[in-house]
Design a protein around this ligand. Structure first.
Ligand code: SF4
Length: 214
């Protein structure tokens, strides 16, 4: 008769093979999405990426894959899943969150503890243009000085949807909070991250801001 250790060994082996199989299916689905730009089973992919986030990050970084790759795929999946809900939210119920690092070094914007950095639309960076774009659509834009400010803004302005710019890791963390709050969001990755004068594709940001079901 098999003893308890043998049974445990069999269970662990089976679990290990199931895990490998699930991972292999997930990777194939991600590769398929990248190649064809069509996403199959996004919720399944997201579930696996969330469930195995830390081990997957470790493995992908060890094999030389871009550090934020898992975060990037997670964000893409969340953007895909949220698209429909976001498109139904009226513009005036949306807010846009921009990181303060997009500003120029000599940015004249002053910091307000409630409203964030107050862009003067001086034209030195693309933020001013986004402000004008959103003003026309009655959408509030906040230039965020730090993570705690985001919580304050959400609490005070109670948006029904959020479009945010950030690095892969920040966006994934923010999207988990939004998921918890049941607020549809869309994250746009920085093209050049860092602490100062970062870059984003402003056209992509504009397109995300005006997603609608019309
Ligand atoms: S456009 Fe706005 S955010 Fe950009 S540098 Fe000028 S004041 Fe600062």
């Amino acid at each position: 008769m098999a003893n308890i250790f043998e049974i445990l060994g069999i269970i662990l082996t089976v679990l290990f093979f199931i895990l490998v199989l699930v991972l292999a299916i997930t990777m194939l689905l991600i590769l398929y999405s990248v190649k064809t730009k069509k996403v199959l089973f996004p919720k399944f992919i997201l579930f696996v990426l969330d469930f195995l986030y830390n081990p997957l990050k470790l493995v992908t970084e060890k094999i030389g894959v871009n550090k934020g790759y898992i975060d990037m795929v997670s964000n893409d999946m969340r953007n895909f899943i949220n698209y429909k809900s976001l498109s139904k939210i009226p513009f005036e119920d949306r807010i846009v969150l921009l990181p303060q690092c997009l500003r120029k070094r000599d940015c004249p914007a002053r910091l307000d503890s409630i409203k964030g950095f107050q862009c003067t639309k001086c034209g030195r960076c693309g933020v001013g243009d986004i402000m004008k774009f959103c003003d026309e659509k009655n959408i509030k834009v906040f230039i965020v000085p730090g993570g705690s400010f985001v919580k304050k803004v959400i609490k005070l302005s109670r948006p029904k949807a959020i479009i945010g710019v950030g690095c892969h890791i920040e966006l994934r963390e923010a999207s988990l909070v939004l998921e918890y709050l049941k607020v549809p969001g869309r994250g746009i990755n920085l093209e050049k991250d860092g602490c100062i004068e970062t870059k984003v594709n402003y056209e992509k940001v504009k397109k995300a801001i005006i997603i609608s079901d019309d």
